[in-house]
Design a binder for this molecule. Structure first.
Ligand code: ZN
Ligand code: ZN
Length: 392
């Protein structure tokens, strides 16, 4: 039987934790799964838990041999000096992405989940799959970057290309440019990468300009929508709708693989985009519609960034699953028929959270002050939209 949607969670992916003060925290997965369960939207039977790790050949689809060896060696190397040299060489000695014991296993578990999700959709076992631990879009073939060690998104896409020869549209709505995935397929005409993010003028990784359009046969299959800092919901959604609809119409993919970083929220400590929960309701709804219109429903969704782990991430990622499963709660939240988050969830996590938890699924609009320069920002984003779609 073909199911509509599966939820993938590899238990070893919760080991992907740099240290206690690091913003990338796997408790995000626990909080989201618990919220969905308390909302009666996810059962243990719906959660697929892979009990294996992909082998090294799968990592090698994207990563260099010496890099994978280094990540593994860092687990067993005892001499602190050799360890430091190795970590330095491969981007694992930085403040952002420091090496920790068990890194190879945890990062491999994340890749496993994303490949499993891709396989489930491409083999026809399910129409949609969600792997919330995935979406580590900054990792490079030979180095770690921006909290990302193995690029599960690029590996899953390469696996789809090799095994199914399908045309893949990668859609990245994380507030940071999806650079690692873009560069993986920059010269590939069969993989189209699309990223909408805060402009690299002010934010890591400093790339993702509209003029980055691919090279050689891949020219014209790379799209970037760099938004102004302090962009709000209306302009964000307009920029997304105007551009992604043109892109998908032109590229005609066989499958959509989406990255759901939720760090464009006004509460997020690492960026300057000023959106609310509204975009995290709309993004999955738009992608879901596009999948059923263009790819016979084939849609693989991954997690990504999101650093207000208590107030934003659990609500935002829950929306992906509610939408994907056509759960009535998605519509009820949209229609304001259901406002409050499950009481048991709030009760369980309130004392652990350093900030007061929101009571409702949607943001209270008074909690996010309007931006005075809204018109100028909207105008600037419209200029960007027209540049992005000028050849389509
Ligand atoms: Zn991000
Ligand atoms: Zn569907």
């Amino acid at each position: 039987m073909v199911s509509n949607a599966i939820f993938i969670h590899h238990s070893d992916s919760s080991g992907y934790k740099f240290h206690d003060d690091h913003p990338f925290d796997p408790i995000r997965q626990v909080l989201t799964i618990d919220l969905l369960k308390e909302a009666q939207a996810l059962t243990d039977e719906q959660i697929i838990q892979p009990d294996y790790l992909i082998d090294e050949n799968m990592l090698r689809l994207v990563h260099r041999h010496d890099y994978v060896q280094a990540v593994k060696l860092l687990d067993t190397e005892d001499d602190p000096r050799s360890k430091a040299v190795l970590a330095e060489q491969f981007g694992l000695q930085t403040e952002d992405t420091p090496f920790f014991p068990g890194l190879h296993k945890a990062a491999s578990a994340i890749v496993t989940g994303s490949v499993e999700a891709a396989e489930a959709v491409m083999s026809g076992r399910t129409l949609h799959a969600f792997h919330l631990a995935g979406g580590l879009h900054h990792a490079f073939p030979d180095r770690a970057s921006g909290f990302c060690v193995y690029n599960d998104a690029s590996i899953a896409i390469t696996h789809i290309r090799n095994k199914y020869n399908a045309r893949v549209l990668y859609i990245d709505t994380d507030v940071h440019h999806g650079d690692g995935v873009q560069w993986s397929f920059y010269d590939d005409s069969e993989v189209c990468t699309y990223s909408i993010h805060e402009t690299g003028k002010y934010l890591f990784p400093g790339t993702g300009y509209a003029y980055e359009k691919g090279v050689d046969q891949g020219f014209g299959t790379c799209f970037n929508v760099p938004l102004e800092p302090f962009t709000e919901d209306e302009s964000w959604l307009e920029s997304f709708n105007v551009t992604i609809r043109k892109v998908i119409e032109a590229f005609k993919p066989d499958v959509i693989l989406s990255q759901h970083g939720c760090d464009a929220h006004a509460y997020d400590p690492l960026s300057h985009i000023h959106c609310s929960m509204r975009i995290y309701q709309e993004i999955p709804a738009i992608l879901h519609e596009l999948a059923h219109t263009y790819t016979e429903g084939r849609w693989i969704a991954l997690g990504g960034g999101g650093y207000d782990i208590w107030r934003v991430v659990p609500r935002a990622w829950s929306q992906v699953w509610l939408e994907m499963t056509d759960h009535p709660l998605a519509e009820a939240i949209r229609a304001h028929e259901v406002e409050a988050l499950p009481a048991a969830w709030l009760e369980r996590w309130s004392s652990a959270s350093p900030v007061p938890l929101p009571n409702n699924w949607q943001d209270d609009s008074s909690a996010i002050p309007p931006i005075p320069r809204r018109d100028i920002i909207t105008e600037q984003n419209r200029n960007t939209q027209s540049i992005v779609i000028q050849d389509l």
